[in-house]
Ligand binder design. Sequence first.
Ligand SMILES: O=P(O)(O)OC[C@H]1O[C@H](OP(=O)(O)OP(=O)(O)O)[C@H](O)[C@@H]1O
Ligand SMILES: O=c1cc[nH]c(=O)[nH]1
Ligand SMILES: [Mg+2]
Length: 206
Amino acid sequence: MLTVVDHPLLKRALTTLRDRTTPYGAFRRTLADVSSILAYEALRTLPVEPVRVATPLEETEGDRLAREVVVVPVLRAGLGLVDGFVRYVPEARVGHLGMYRDEASHEPVDYYSNVPPQVADARVFVVDPMLATGGSASGALGHLKQRGATDLSFVCLVAAPEGVARLDAEHPDVDVVTAALDRELDADKFIRPGLGDAGDRIFGTA
Ligand SMILES: O=P(O)(O)OC[C@H]1O[C@H](OP(=O)(O)OP(=O)(O)O)[C@H](O)[C@@H]1O
Ligand SMILES: O=c1cc[nH]c(=O)[nH]1
Ligand SMILES: [Mg+2]
């Protein structure tokens, strides 16, 4: 299932991120704000279970999270979406998957993996700002399923129709949450209108 999050503050922030004149410091700060809004929406489906709590006046029923949360950024750009998740769920574990997209073939190349064993029993959120061809996201989700994950969501900032279709075909069980569904991929497999190379814009490497 695809959810395009609709919020005026998210729309304004996304416009700042699309703007080619936004410098990387402001880009990073704005992406941290965006990560809170996306995390808030993506975490909406977390299961809770009852717990007794004593107020200063009496005992009553409350809620606690029923499952562990694991957040897995796809390096590098996914790091920009971790803040919001760990702000709301400070006890969340964070795994890392290193992948870059080969410039000629556009296929993802794996270079790092450090995933907590608890993924098998956790609600797992894979985060990466850009879902373009879907190769990186599909590879990341496949890797986590091999490690035992069964309850996965993919959270991004900008999605291309081609990437959404690929996840739908290869990982129909995974919910996708995005701030925007853009028009198309160009000949270089960049998202149009998009925001350019997310990693370079976050880290100032262009
Ligand atoms: O859907 P795809 O076609 O696979 O493209 C999306 C991937 O490309 C970008 O990463 P990039 O390869 O630029 O690495 P970086 O984060 O280190 O910049 C982006 O952050 C995704 O991981
Ligand atoms: O538009 C795109 C496509 C892939 N990766 C990016 O960072 N941007
Ligand atoms: Mg990049």
